[in-house]
Write a protein that binds this ligand. Structure first.
Ligand SMILES: Nc1ncnc2c1ncn2[C@@H]1O[C@H](COP(=O)(O)OP(=O)(O)OP(=O)(O)O)[C@@H](O)[C@H]1O
Ligand SMILES: [Mg+2]
Length: 297
């Protein structure tokens, strides 16, 4: 069926493009096309093996949240391309269908707006060392993957190259202004709380997530992808227990496979990334599918 094929890279001749790790971003003037391919990245390295269906599933999940959360904040989504291509791109509809968001072009705020409700990943590492996360003090005795008393905001830089770096709220204010930071921090926390409450009713814990914001016609819009398994940690609530790693619907499954390779000395987390075995591909696609179905059922 057209639109069902695996797409690793799109080509729109004559349209200016910037390729991120996962998305191809086309500049149409006032609008951008955010095309989510089936590429997967881990540890900031794009892997050579695509995940079938991933681009369309991520697009569907973002579209769903933009709709559900439209009352909290305006966002950049104009529409998802399905039966009709943007003017002049009719010949390319098959590449774009179901994986493309027409979005209002924005000036990206150069901060990753990370909200955490649970103590995982770099947050857990930071807490063990300092008792706080990104300078936000936390009570003692919290467990790995434990629930925080309140969701916290822990901004990071948006590195052009390489890994993003956690920074303090004050440092973020120095970079983009405290009025803007305070507004967008508060909106990010509200979005997280609403989404986490919704997901909890469907058996998913959103442990943490990352939002991006952009300035368009004088107002700040929620941009990029939202609350997907690529931008968030999603855990199945029924098998959740603090004090250990969690099963997950997100990229953690692939990271765990790769960590195994690192331990065996077969990969050192630098490009080129290793190809994924068939079984890992199949299980990863199934996890994305289950997250989507649980959220949108
Ligand atoms: N409405 C928008 N206007 C302009 N840029 C946007 C908008 N929405 C998202 N973007 C940008 O489009 C890009 C999406 O590509 P992708 O997510 O693949 O990149 P990435 O790998 O996360 O990051 P990098 O930009 O470092 O490659 C991001 O750089 C994001 O900031
Ligand atoms: Mg991104």
């Amino acid at each position: 069926m057209p639109g069902d094929s695996i797409i690793v890279q799109t080509e729109l001749p004559g349209v200016s493009v910037r390729r991120g790790k996962v998305r191809d971003v086309y500049d149409l003037g006032d609008e951008i096309l955010l095309v989510t391919t089936d590429r997967i990245s881990a540890y900031d390295v794009v892997l050579p093996t695509p995940i079938p269906g991933k681009g369309r599933m991520l697009t569907q999940i973002s579209e769903f949240w933009f709709g559900l959360l439209a009352g909290v904040t305006p966002n950049h989504l104009i529409e998802v391309v399905r039966d009709q291509a943007p003017p002049g791109l009719e010949a390319h509809l098959d590449q774009l269908r179901g994986r493309t968001m027409r979005c209002r072009k924005s000036k990206v705020v150069p901060i990753e707006f990370v909200v955490r409700g649970y103590l995982a990943g770099s947050g857990w590492v930071d807490y063990q060392r300092t008792g706080s996360v990104c300078g936000v003090p936390l009570p003692p005795g919290l467990a790995q993957c434990g629930k925080l008393p309140e969701p916290i905001f822990t901004p990071a830089t948006k590195a052009e190259e390489g890994h993003d770096e956690n920074i303090s709220f004050e440092a973020a204010c120095d970079a983009v202004g405290s009025e803007v930071m305070t507004d967008l921090r508060d909106r990010s926390l509200t979005l997280y709380k609403r989404a986490a409450e919704y997901a909890a009713q469907r058996g998913i814990i959103i442990a943490d997530t990352k939002f991006e914001w952009g300035l368009c016609d004088g107002e700040h819009l929620l941009i990029d992808e939202v609350l997907t398994p690529d931008s968030s940690r999603f855990w199945p609530a029924d098998s959740y227990a603090p004090g250990r790693d969690q099963e997950s619907f997100d990229k953690q499954y692939v990271r765990n496979y790769l960590t195994g390779l690192v331990k065996e000395g077969k990969w050192n987390k630098t490009p080129p990334g290793p190809a994924l075995p068939e079984e890992i591909v199949r299980n990863t696609a199934a996890r994305y599918r289950e997250a989507l179905e649980r959220l949108m059922a």
